[in-house]
Design a protein around this ligand. Structure first.
Ligand code: ADP
Ligand code: MG
Ligand code: MG
Length: 212
């Protein structure tokens, strides 16, 4: 009864585009501190392109179709490292949900796990490297735990979003070992990773869409 379908998926995508747009200056500022200052603009460009294509989905589209659209659009329109990384997350996540019309808790856990694994496959970051993985990995762990406790899909996504927020915050004291921030050495200490922050916003949008 609580399973999430195409309406949740497109609502998540629309909320993501909105939140990325609203937070683009914050994300640019974070990226200016330890990168090249384009992260907010990169994601805003990517998700604006996604929204332009969303209405062209067929009437019988399933969640996996919308997620694949996000993947291919991010990969083709986002110039920065985050485009292929997040694009691979959506692509691998779309792959595991396949043609399912409704995503229950187990499907959401499988989706989040595959998405995180996709980022790792593409970028080879480990937890603690000060990347978006530091938001995704605690999110997956929290989703697994919530699902094991029999929580609803909305509760699973809320747990994932809470954990991602804490994970993003926890990147602040870290030295970066992947991406542009790794060139800074100890100077990256004290700054939050922009990709971890944007991933926590994306996962909060997923939870908000499920909460209705
Ligand atoms: P660019 O660094 O090319 O300008 P963005 O600014 O859009 O790209 O994205 C930067 C973010 O990408 C970083 O904050 C980090 O979270 C993420 N990132 C970079 N390299 C990796 C990697 N190898 N694995 C996981 N995430 C990474
Ligand atoms: Mg950048
Ligand atoms: Mg760049």
């Amino acid at each position: 009864a609580d399973a999430l379908g195409i309406d949740w998926t497109t609502d998540w995508i629309r909320r993501t585009a909105q939140v990325v747009h609203d937070h683009r200056v914050e994300l640019v500022t974070l990226d200016r501190e330890i990168g090249d200052g384009d992260h907010g603009e990169n994601l805003d460009r990517g998700f604006t392109a996604v929204i332009a294509k969303l209405d062209s989905l067929p009437a019988d589209a399933v969640p996996g179709d919308a997620l694949k659209l996000v993947a291919t659009t991010l990969i083709s329109t986002v110039g920065g490292a985050s485009g292929p990384l997040l694009g691979t997350a959506y692509l691998k996540g779309a792959g595991v949900v396949g043609k399912d019309e409704q995503l229950d808790g187990a499907a959401l856990v499988a989706f989040l796990t595959a998405a995180r694994d996709g980022v790792v496959l593409r970028g080879k970051a480990e937890p603690g490297d000060k990347t978006m993985i530091d938001a995704w990995t605690p999110a997956v762990d929290a989703a697994v735990a919530a699902q094991a406790e029999g929580r609803t899909p909305a509760e699973i996504l809320a747990a994932a979003a809470d954990a991602a927020e804490k994970g993003a915050e926890a990147t602040e004291p870290l030295v970066a070992r992947k991406g542009r921030a790794s060139y800074l050495g100890e100077r990256a200490i004290g700054h939050r990773d922009p990709g971890a922050q944007s991933s926590s916003l994306i996962l909060r949008a997923a939870a908000d869409a499920a909460a209705g």
